[in-house]
Design a protein around this ligand. Structure first.
Ligand code: UGA
Length: 436
């Protein structure tokens, strides 16, 4: 099948590359000439394990191409995916759909007759209807379909999530779109028996927000239970396991931490709330989730202060892990930013290390000293704070780390280390959801 993908951000680039790996002819198009130039030369603009190799292999065999020329990309394509960004509108929190609508307006006169336009960007309910209208106002003759096909991949494990999804959701209003999308996903996922949920376009659009809001709520629930564990002397890890093994609950997304971040949960929960407000509906549990998560991120600085007897003025603190989660260079809404800024306001000197996120972190943080080496980062520090549970951070030699520090205090906001082990080495440990 010939496929065009508009937008080479996370979703567009990963989806396009994976469709090519499934044997389709994929043209990825973006207005950013610098990005396209790089991709043509095999330079992948995001950090995603495995993506470079997959881009290189599929480009080399001619199945994957990159261009700034929309007409060229959509010519002859049976499916055109819109995978452009939908950032939050400043001051509103609802999704800015201008890039989606612009893509629809631009592709309208260029697509082949019978093409299926699929919105893959995360968009509020009713966006498919609007895209249909925009294209319909230009193409008064001929046929086209507009479908919804939200993407559920996670950064860091994006290729596996795309290739082995728990489910695929397809929102269609006509048979042609249904058949084309079933053909696209059906065969490659048949062996894995992946469920394909075929529904109306509006339901499909809402599924994406509902799933992200539910996961954000699940994390927030366990985070609040972690606070309770600390007060009553329980262990949140074992609590999560004991709860999660009930199949109706599930063990995943029950890791307590400093609060969720990233480009999706914060943005999508807010956008869902805006949609609910527009329709006069209260989704109170999501409202509380958003408030609780924001407060939690800020409160983490107090946890660090407590571990240092309430005073960080003039003290040196080493922060290990800056990105919103491991295996990404993404700093968007990372809990590390409010934490570091608050500690700085209280007079702390911050040294920081992250395996890949330091460049992006440098654009957001000031007066932070960055270190490629985690041990050098901890040198002379009076406390180490673990914010992101990178594998390389989990594997640090605590004995060596302690030797470099002025004072052995470990504030482990991801429960990356066994408190008992760290304590035996001589650390004073403050963890999440444990009364260590
Ligand atoms: C999330 C969803 O998991 C994907 O299904 C979805 O496709 C994506 O958003 C999107 O809408 O594009 P992502 O933002 O890449 O994916 O990251 P997650 O792995 O979901 O983590 C989000 C945040 O929750 C991170 O800050 C992470 O540290 C935190 N988290 C996650 C926890 O604190 N505890 C957990 O148990 C799980």
């Amino acid at each position: 099948m010939k496929i065009a993908i508009i937008g080479t951000g996370y979703v567009g680039l990963v989806s396009g590359t994976c469709f090519a790996a499934w044997g389709h002819q994929v043209a990825c198009v973006d207005k950013n000439a610098q990005k396209i130039d790089g991709l043509v030369r095999g330079i992948v603009p995001i950090y995603e394990p495995g993506l470079d190799g997959l881009v290189e292999r599929n480009s080399a065999v001619g199945r994957l191409s990159f261009t700034c020329n929309l007409a060229e990309a959509v010519k002859g394509a049976s499916v055109v995916f819109i995978a452009v960004g939908t950032p939050p509108r400043a001051g509103h929190g609802d999704a800015d759909l201008s890039f989606v609508y612009m893509a629809a307006r631009e592709l309208a006169p260029l697509i082949d007759d019978g093409a299926v336009v699929v919105v893959k960007s995360t968009v509020p309910v009713g966006t498919g209807d609007a895209v249909q209208k925009i294209i319909g106002s230009v193409r008064t003759a001929g046929h086209f379909s507009v479908a919804s096909n939200p993407e559920f991949l996670r950064e860091g494990v994006a290729i596996r999530d795309f290739m082995e999804p728990d489910r695929v959701v397809i929102g269609v209003e006509d048979e042609r779109a249904r058949n084309v999308l079933m053909e696209l996903y059906g065969a490659p996922l048949e062996a894995q028996k992946t469920p394909i949920v075929v529904t109306q376009r509006r339901t499909s659009e809402l599924i994406k927000y509902a799933a992200n809001a539910f996961l954000a709520t699940k994390i927030t629930f366990i985070n609040e239970l972690a606070d309770l564990c600390e007060q009553v002397g329980s262990n949140v890890g074992e609590l999560a396991l004991g709860m999660g093994l009930d199949k109706r609950i599930g063990t995943s997304f029950l890791n307590a931490g400093p609060g969720y971040g990233g480009s999706c949960f914060p943005k999508d929960t807010m956008a869902l709330l805006r949609t609910a407000q527009d329709y006069g509906v209260a989704v109170r549990i999501v409202e509380e989730t958003v408030t609780a998560n924001e407060a939690r991120k800020r409160r983490m600085a107090l946890k660090v202060m407590d571990a240092l007897d309430g005073d960080v003025e003039g003290r040196t603190i080493a922060v290990l892990g800056l990105t919103f989660k491991p295996d990404t260079d993404d700093m968007r809404d990372a809990p590390s930013v409010p934490l570091i800024e608050t500690l700085q306001r209280f007079g702390a000197k911050i040294r920081a290390h992250d395996p890949v996120g330091m460049e992006n972190a440098g654009h957001l943080l000031s007066e932070v000293e960055f270190f490629d080496d985690p041990y050098a980062c901890a040198c002379n520090a009076e406390a180490v704070v673990v914010i992101t549970e990178w594998d390389s951070i989990r594997k640090l030699d605590l004995v060596r780390l302690k030797k470099t520090m002025r004072q052995a205090v470990l504030i482990d906001l991801r429960n990356a280390f066994e408190p008992g082990v760290a304590e035996k080495i001589g650390f004073r440990v403050s963890a999440i959801g444990r009364s260590a």
